[in-house]
Design a protein around this ligand. Structure first.
Ligand code: HSE
Length: 402
């Protein structure tokens, strides 16, 4: 029997308990041991709940109990999760977490501590909810140099964009629904401003290059400025809009960004709708692979956490190496990254000569009075920003991924 403790009895924590109870026999079988839930840590009381008898309010009870071999951290946020996880690893306990803020900020350090103490720090659920992506990157795609990872990494925003696109529902209305369904972060700003996707692409790019990619270095734009007119333009052009986190290798350097992007309806990420996430990986010998599945929600996320628990139990006393050093990777400066830009601007097509003088040759589209849209050729962020700064009447800009 292996004893485990769950830190946090919120959406994911209660999901972990539910998954363990639902599939206890097959999970035990796969782990080769009976997995026993010895403690649940939470500040709140849960009278009448299944976990009432294993509920504790003091983390030290768990830390000091040598019989607890695996700690599941599903509290979210960096503090106190960081000190709890670090002390557990220092005590030789393995940790499984869904906490992307913690992993993005301290992943490399926590992995090193786990390795020193013959324990494991697993974080499959931190990216893509129930989609297996961390383990494949770490253990399966090892023959390849990763050239690109791009994905729809946030279920809440994909749910919102899908409803805006397909049903014309207002942004506020869909956000409320996503919160009710347990997809959104406690502070939904983390979803809609792209911060959540930013943490996730920081984790994926760190794993892809084996070095620390700081999320603070990743240019991040959310979906709050998108309107129904943007979707009307997109439809007219045979495109759709998705919030995409991407990391790309150019020469020996990586760039990374999170932003809404116009993509063709034929693009592999275009059909990823609702709360689904997908992660597209390009390897130099493998070519393209895509991982698709439920990117948020109680049970899909809990399923990934429990798969880590099984792995941790299978490897008690033995570290499974993850290549992610604390050495910082300098990203290509945002100014130098090149894109095509779709721009909405006030006025009529009479302005075309002025526009082309500043932005180079563009394709135009007109769907409503008083404004029109144009798509630039590939240009750097700096060249775009300079041209835009000297152009009157720009309404909005969305990058276009051809
Ligand atoms: N709020 C996150 C999302 C949860 O919507 O994707 C999963 O990380």
């Amino acid at each position: 029997m292996v004893n485990i403790a769950v830190l946090g009895y919120g959406t994911v924590g209660s999901g972990v308990v539910e998954v363990l109870r639902t599939n206890q026999e097959s999970i035990d079988n796969k782990a080769g041991e009976h997995i026993n839930l010895k403690y649940v840590l939470d500040l709140r009381e849960f009278p009448g709940d299944y976990i009432e008898n294993v509920l504790v309010h003091d983390y030290d009870v768990i830390l000091k109990d040598e019989d607890v071999k695996v700690v599941v951290e599903v509290m979210g946020g960096v503090n106190p999760a960081y000190s709890f996880v670090k002390s557990a690893l220092l005590a030789g306990k393995s940790v499984c977490t869904s906490n992307k803020e913690l992993v993005a900020k301290h992943g490399a350090e926590l992995l090193a501590i786990a390795a020193e103490h013959k324990a494991n720090f697993f974080f499959e659920a931190s990216v893509g909810g129930g989609i297996p992506i961390i383990r494949p990157l770490n253990q399966s795609l090892t023959a390849d140099e990763i050239l690109e990872i791009s994905g729809i990494l946030n279920g809440t925003t994909n749910f919102i964009l899908t409803k805006m696109d397909k049903e014309g529902v207002s942004y506020e209305e869909v956000l409320k629904e996503a919160q009710k369904l347990g997809y959104a972060e406690r502070n939904p700003e983390a979803d809609v401003e792209g911060y959540d996707a930013c943490r996730k692409i920081a984790i994926l790019s760190s794993l892809a290059c084996g070095k620390q990619v700081d999320y603070e270095d990743i240019y991040t734009e959310g979906i709050t400025k998108l309107t129904d007119l943007d979707f009307m333009y997109a439809k007219e052009m045979g495109l759709t809009i998705k919030l995409i986190g991407s990391a790309k290798k150019t020469g020996n350097r990586f760039s990374a960004m999170v932003s809404p992007k116009l993509i063709s309806n034929e693009h592999p990420l275009a059909g990823v709708n609702g709360v689904m996430n997908a992660i597209f990986v390009k390897g130099n010998v493998l070519g393209d692979v895509m991982f698709y599945g439920a990117g948020a929600g109680k049970l899909p996320t809990a399923s990934a956490v429990v798969s880590d628990v099984v792995d941790a139990v299978r490897h008690l006393g033995e570290n499974v190496e993850t290549k992610w050093s604390q050495e910082k990777l300098e990203l290509i400066p945002h100014d130098e990254v090149c894109s095509n830009f779709f721009v909405r601007i006030k006025g009529s097509l009479d302005r075309l000569p002025e526009i082309e003088e500043k932005f180079g040759t563009v394709d135009t589209i007109s769907i409503t009075e008083g404004e029109f849209g144009f798509i630039t050729g590939m240009m750097s962020e700096k060249a775009y920003a300079d041209a835009a700064a000297s152009t009157e009447g720009i309404i909005s800009m969305i990058r276009y991924e051809k």
